[in-house]
Design a protein around this ligand. Structure first.
Ligand SMILES: [Zn+2]
Length: 453
């Protein structure tokens, strides 16, 4: 569910004013009163639907509040049958859309069957919107019951059960398959859309002991069946679930966090690797809490597979190599807590985390190099560009140079995290925050080194 963005922006605005006063007092170099700009409201994603020159009305983004999914994974059929009950609203009148990359059998909207229209999201390579062809008005909640089938390409099976894992395949072995988030497993939205997911999973025809690892609250309802409840601040890239009968070494420990005790679970096919991961994590957690603020999630789970390239992060969970463990853990602050609204803001957390990986280098301000596009994409783009890993940390280093007299980027990021803890952000929000802190307009630099213009 999107929070009341307007109200929140007023809040940001007033907090920024407070920060500005502080900054100008501390940093006498910033003698000019900063020009405060109203924070830009994230663009609502709408699309005019046309069919053979015929106007079919407007498609508008569904704002999900809760999704409840029954998922039956058939071991012999090698597919999963699913029913999702989606509660949502629309912020403007139109045909609602969400994301679901599965074979849809039927959708019942507010009690009666509805036609769907699959539409390619403009300006993206692969994103497909599922539009429910019935115009709705804002103001009241709606319920869609979606029956669908998940094919074998998004499921993994073993001889006696499953090795099922929600995954973002881009960084996994399947290099050629396109990147995805939760839309392969259930109806979801853009990363700006936070909602409460409850997942009831049953394995049909499985035998032998299966283990479940998830970044939500797990309840075993019967043999081979579980209900997992995820926190309501999660969005499409947050959820982590792994059900497997593979033999795994599991090391459990904990870390006494600033706000609460953090249970840590590290598992791997290799016992030594799990032990090393569990050994490294408390020190990393302590370092990140000191630099950025309290760890925000209820626990941390790390899967260190036998074969792995790179890593992938979720909210309080990661699948990773030992080398990338620190990187993926830091995404639990930047990326999966302070989260990008979409692919236009996805560069921010990769830039921040990669800058920390590189040892917090300080660059020269203003930058003088080739322009680069990190965020100037379609409002329908969902994924960050690979440039975010290279040109992103460079820009953060240069900003660190700009902030050299006022605590640097590290102090700024700590305040930014505190301000936007576990809510979606945009490039505009990040720029406005930095302008308030520095007291200078960063329009030209963001235009050149973020928007590629
Ligand atoms: Zn990363």
């Amino acid at each position: 569910m999107k929070k009341l963005i307007l109200a929140r922006n007023f809040l940001i605005f007033s907090t920024l004013i407070t920060l500005t006063t502080l900054v100008t007092r501390i940093d006498s170099a910033a003698a000019n009163e900063p020009t405060l700009k109203p924070v830009v409201r994230p663009v609502s994603r709408t699309l005019q639907l046309m069919n053979h020159e015929k106007n079919q009305g407007l498609a508008v983004e569904a704002d999900l509040s809760s999704v409840d999914i029954d998922l039956s994974i058939g071991v012999s059929s090698q597919r999963a049958l699913a029913r999702a009950v989606v509660t949502f609203s629309v912020t403007e009148a139109g045909n609602p859309f969400f994301l679901l990359d599965a074979k849809i059998k039927s959708i019942v909207l507010d009690g009666s069957s509805v036609e769907i229209n699959r539409v390619s999201a403009p300006g993206t390579d692969s994103t497909e919107l599922v539009v429910l062809m019935r115009p709705l008005e804002p103001g009241t909640p709606h319920v869609a019951v979606v029956d669908y089938v998940i094919g074998s390409s998004h499921l993994d099976f073993s001889e006696s059960g499953v090795n099922f894992q929600t995954q973002m395949r881009d960084t996994q072995i399947a290099w050629k398959s396109r990147r995805h988030y939760f839309e392969c497993y259930g109806p979801t939205g853009y990363e700006s859309d936070q909602y409460a997911l409850t997942l009831h999973v049953a394995l049909i025809g499985a035998y032998g002991r299966h283990r479940i690892f998830a970044n939500g609250t797990v309840q075993e309802t019967q043999e081979h069946a579980w209900t997992i409840t995820f926190p309501s601040y999660f969005s499409s890239s947050s959820f982590y679930l792994h059900i497997t009968d593979a033999p795994l070494a599991v090391v459990e420990t904990h870390y006494a966090g600033l706000e609460r005790d953090i249970p840590i679970t590290v598992y791997s096919e290799l016992k030594g690797r799990a032990r090393k991961g569990a050994h490294a994590l408390p020190e990393l957690l302590e370092q990140y809490e000191r630099n950025f603020g309290p760890y925000p999630h209820a626990s941390f789970i790390a899967y260190l597979p036998f074969i792995m390239f790179g890593g992938m992060e979720h909210s309080g969970a990661a699948v990773t190599t030992l080398d990338a463990l620190g990187h993926e853990l830091l995404h639990s602050w930047f990326g999966r807590c302070v989260s990008p609204s979409d692919g236009r803001s996805g560069w921010i957390d990769e830039a921040v985390v990669s800058w920390v990986d590189r040892g917090l280098p300080r660059g020269v301000w203003p930058p003088n190099r080739d322009h680069v596009n990190l965020g100037g994409f379609s409002i329908f783009e969902r994924f960050a560009t690979k440039q975010a890993y290279r040109a992103g940390p460079r820009f953060i280093a240069e900003l660190d140079g700009l902030l050299a007299n006022s605590g640097g980027m590290l102090a700024a990021l700590k305040d930014f995290y505190t301000l936007h803890r576990c809510e979606p952000i945009t490039t505009e929000i990040f720029q406005a925050f930095l302008e308030t802190r520095t007291g200078v307009s960063l329009d030209q630099e963001f235009k050149s080194y973020v928007m590629g213009q």
